[in-house]
Design a protein around this ligand. Sequence first.
Ligand code: PHE
Length: 340
Amino acid sequence: MNQIETLVRKAEGEVNEASTLKALQEMQVRYLGRHGEFTALLRAIGGLPAEEKPAFGKALNEAKARLENIIEARRAALRKEDETRRHAAEPQDLTMPGRRMRAGLPHVLSQAADRIKAALIGLGFELIETPELELVKYNFTALNYPPDHPAMDDQDTFYVDDDHVMRTHTTPFQGRVFEERRPPFRIFTIGRCFRNEAVDRTHHHTFHQVDAFMVDEGVSMAHLRGTLGAFARAMFGPSVTVRFRPDYFPFVEPGVDFAISCPFCEGEGCVVCKRSGWIELGGAGMVHPDILENYDIDTDRYTGFAFGLGVERIPIMRYRIDDLRLFMENDLRFLEQFQA
Ligand code: PHE
C-alpha cells in the first residue's frame, strides 16, 4: 500500500514537471503502459496472501484512476498553452469585419438590352435570335439592296466569303422570319453587328442593334408611330415624344429616321441633345411591298412596319459616355460604375 502511495506521489511530481505534450505522453507510458510501473505492481498481486488481494487491487485501481485524471487535466492545460502560443505567433484580429465577396454584374449593354427586351415584350413582341455570321442573301439581297449598293462594299462590310458576311445590322432576321412564318406576327431581335470601321471614339467594328417588325392586316404608319411612342416612353419616361423625318432604306417604303424629344431637357436643348431638343435613335418605315411579295404575302391584305436602333445609344446618352471603345474593353473600372 505504501508503495502505491509513493508511486502516485512520484508520478504526480513528474506530471507537473512535464512541460510539453510529448513529455507528458512519455511519462504516461512509463507509469501506466504495458511495461510501466503500475503494471509491475499489478503483477505483484500474485505474491500476496489471498485476504490482502482485494484491498490491494482496489487501492491500485483507484490510484491509477487518480493518476489518469491528473494526466488528462495536465494535457488539457498544455494544449491550451500551445494554442495561446500559436495564436500569439500569428496574430488575428477577431473583431476585424469580413471581406465582402466580389459579385459580378450585368454588362452595361446587357442592362440596356434587358430594358429594351422588357419594353418590347410588354408591347406583345416575341424575341428571337438569328446568326451573327449571316448569309449575304439575308443581310442584303432579300432586303432589296441593289448589287451595287455602297453598303455592300467590302470597305464597309466584313466578308467571310462570297456568300457570308458578319451581319452589318439586325434587319436580316426579317428574311429568316418570312421564310418560316405567316402573318400576323410581331417579332424582334437584339444582338451584335459588325462593320468594317476604323475604330475611334465614335466608330467601332462591333456594336449592337435591335430590330422589330410587325405584319398584319391594316398595319399603317400610325401603328408604327404609336408603337415607337409607347416603346420610347417605356424606355425614357412618360413625357417623351417621337419625331419622324423622311429617310431612305432599301427595305422600307416609306422610310423615316426617328428621334425622341430629349428626356434630359424636355426638348429645351442641352449637351446631350446638342441643343437641338431631339435625339436621333434609328430608322423605321413600312416593310417594302416587294419584300412581302417575294415571300408570297398578299399585299392587298397585309402590310407591315419595321424599326431598328442602336443599343449603345441608350447608355451613351443616359450616362454621357463619350468613347464607344469602352463598351468592348471589359475594363472593370468602367463597368463597375453601372450597378443594375
Ligand atoms: N437596319 C437599319 C440600320 O442599320 C435600321 C432600320 C431598321 C431601318 C428597320 C428601317 C427599318 O440603320
